[in-house]
Write a protein that binds this ligand. Sequence first.
Ligand SMILES: N[C@@H](CCC(=O)N[C@@H](CSO)C(=O)NCC(=O)O)C(=O)O
Length: 229
Amino acid sequence: EEKELVLLDFWVSPFGQRCRIAMAEKGLEFEYREEDLGNKSDLLLRSNPVHRKIPVLLHAGRPVSESLVILQYLDDAFPGTPHLLPPANSGDADAAYARATARFWADYVDKKLYDCGSRLWRLKGEPQAAAGREMAEILRTLEAELGDREFFGGGGGGRLGFVDVALVPFTAWFYSYERCGGFSVEEVAPRLAAWARRCGRIDSVAKHLPSPEKVYDFVGVLKKKYGVE
Ligand SMILES: N[C@@H](CCC(=O)N[C@@H](CSO)C(=O)NCC(=O)O)C(=O)O
């Protein structure tokens, strides 16, 4: 019979990986269902008719869409599991501010990384070099936010928090960004590179992120599909 939690996903999606890592961090079992985005299942189209995108989390049959919404839903629906956002402690201004800060930076990742990364592999010549400079700036901005902390705020206690889970899937794309953008993350943002390695040693991350080489191969497939040589 169907599991309580079912995730409609696509193997290389950083958005889907956010959900897999979050449920692994929370110790929540789930059924993984791979979608063919070129031939979407009726279940996906029924579950997310508005965007027709993965990931979609089905909880007892009820669909939740948008990866950052799913992460917050998991905190709310499974309060006994390790939290991603700092607990609300209703009325506690510091807790509210920590939650707002975490949401701001997860939103920053959504607004900046995916779009700039896509331009990195779609463009050539000077436009691609410009996207490379933009990506370096984005990584420097994230590194400045991290500061000398082990993880981004939110999880506390040496655990992955909301921003860490939102960002860490993109570390599997760093190698592709470097190859397309002509920069080195180690040079541009050494402490962010160290954070990426630190996260990569955590079971839930190691288990759910594809290798940088596999992502780079996939970028090659995308280039061919979009006629970018
Ligand atoms: N804001 C959303 C983005 C999901 C998304 O882009 N999903 C892609 C695959 S991963 O890049 C998707 O499902 N695309 C549908 C399609 O390509 O038709 C989220 O955070 O969940």
